[in-house]
Write a protein that binds this ligand. Sequence first.
Ligand SMILES: [Zn+2]
Length: 370
Amino acid sequence: MKELLKKLIQAESTPDKGELAAAEVISAELGRSGIDSRIDSWDQTRANIIAQVKSAGHKAALLFACHLDVVGPGEAAWEKPAFGGVESDGKIYGRGSADMKGGIAAIVTAISRVVDSGTKLQGDIVFAAAAGEETDSCGARRFISDSGRLPEFVGVVIPEPTDFEIITAHRGMLWLEVATKGKAAHGSTPHLGVNAITSMRSVLDELENYEIAAEPHKLLGECSMSINTIAGGKALNVVPDKCSIGIDIRTLPAQNHQDIITDLEKNFAKLKAGNSQFDAEVSVLRQVQALETDCLCDFVKDFCSAVQDSKTKAVGFTTDGPYFASLGAPVVIFGPGKPQLCHKPDEYIQISDVEKAAEYYKNIILKFLT
Ligand SMILES: [Zn+2]
């Protein structure tokens, strides 16, 4: 299992390099236990991998849904090489070790062990590892768009790093760009142009006091909004014809993303009514719905008993979970690795945690599928 994790880290599945090499590592590993997998690949380097262990079919299937991609190494220096898969002090270091190649190594190992043991399954195990979770969820969207091929699921387990906490809820994410349009002119004759940066000032003033209407959620707290990027102007002697900001909105399960966009557009239409030169457009850069699985449903209760824990929690980060929830099955996030190490230099995972996770996943498979 250690060797599998090292190879997955070395496969360097960043947005630049794509996921195909990591998918091939998994395909070879599953093949050693005689498990067929299908690599769905596009744009030369992008890939999802899907494997289905067939059963007698008397029970609904269980889906383990992972992501193959990792974020880049970042600007800060690493002590250990980011893609070396170096082992030291009982840990394996490297980008993706915690998020989430440790979880992938554990579930692939668990599935192989169940198959190798000859256990008779009553429901299918489906394993999917998708592309692009860190950027645009393209792989998860592609996977669910092909749902005609999929069996009915009793539930979905996402082996993301939760340090073995059972997560049933997270906020959604709505990333918007607001762009103001103006008219370029020479910097010495600004009256001949329309300054897009000046228009953006009106947008910023409007947003300063703007609040998204939403009742706080008992587990997830408030909806939040923060303007985190701004860009505008090309040269000091040119009146800018475009200025844009990026807004990071974290949403709650009851909120409809389109309602938020429509409300913002209404506000900008009012600004335009007061100033005909004002022109602003809202576009969606990325969105993931919030996740809320009913903690009292049978799947969560049985999951808790399989891992011998009774507490479920909510977290601040988002996952591809809501895409998999759209298949109509409850989703639980549960895996090895500390979430606070994700996306940081010298990311690592304890080897003992990966081993522990493989045991948990095996017990989960046996609980639901035998
Ligand atoms: Zn992740």
